[in-house]
Design a protein around this ligand. Structure first.
Ligand SMILES: O=C(O)c1cccc(C(=O)CC[C@H]2O[C@@H](n3cnc4c(=O)[nH]cnc43)[C@H](O)[C@@H]2O)c1
Length: 212
């Protein structure tokens, strides 16, 4: 199986590479920060080479009570949570407007295998919807609105839906794996634990070599 892992920034890529060791089934590429960079990068790479599975990986915010700092979230769904319009009655998604979809399904059997493998390796890991947002959440009100919009929302990042849309367009299976650096809510950059999240990303990547 040939597996492409896409990260947003170099520190994430290096953590993934440390975890994968010398497993030649995996290729890790930088896709850039945000949905658009991620989608364009993924589409370009997938058009040029053959892969059997695509994984969006990196750090993320965890929703309170769903994913603690340092834990791992394996996406059960990849959801573009702010793709839509604001109306006087609230948010209306692209799906509700009839203009497309904001949800890409993951390769469910593989996602379950990865979640089980992470847990068996002693990592704090859970499955749940991972939201892709254009603007990282910075207030309690936005965090609450997103959690209400997507029941069970576990984590928030900025690239997964872009990678997933590119993979889906090519009929390819996709996963999203995120390790938690901060809590989704009022912005407090000093409270981000990027080092812990990168260590968890390395550990999770090591497990991938055993379960995929
Ligand atoms: O400053 C660093 O050393 C550093 C190392 C690795 C990653 C970063 C980033 O800032 C990456 C940006 C990245 O993080 C994701 N992310 C993390 N938390 C959240 C969040 O609460 N809401 C949305 N996105 C989040 C996101 O996918 C960005 O790509 C810095």
């Amino acid at each position: 199986m040939r597996i492409l892992i896409l990260t947003a920034v170099a520190a994430e890529k290096e953590a993934v590479l440390r975890g994968l060791g010398d497993d030649s089934r995996f290729t890790v590429e930088l896709a850039g920060v945000g949905l658009v960079e991620a989608a364009v990068s993924a589409a370009t790479i997938l058009a040029a080479s053959d892969y059997d599975l695509v994984i969006s990986a990196g750090i993320a915010g965890g929703f309170p009570g769903r994913a603690d700092i340092g834990s791992v979230v394996v996406a059960s769904d990849i959801v573009a949570a702010d793709l839509g319009v604001q109306t006087l009655d609230g948010f209306s998604s692209l799906d509700e407007l009839g203009f497309g979809t904001t949800r890409v399904p993951v390769a469910a059997e593989l996602a379950a295998r990865v979640t089980g493998g992470l847990q068996a390796a002693g990592l704090a890991a859970a499955a749940g919807p991972v939201l892709t947002v254009a603007t990282a959440t910075g207030t309690a009100a936005t965090a609450a609105a997103l959690a209400a919009r997507v029941p069970g929302a576990a984590a928030e990042a900025m690239e997964g839906f872009g990678v997933a849309a590119a993979a889906h367009r090519r009929g390819m299976p996709v996963l999203e794996i995120r390790t938690i650096s901060n809590t989704v809510g009022p912005r407090d950059r000093d409270a981000w634990r990027i080092g812990d999240a990168l260590k968890a990303l390395q550990a999770a990547s090591s497990v991938l070599t055993e379960v995929l």
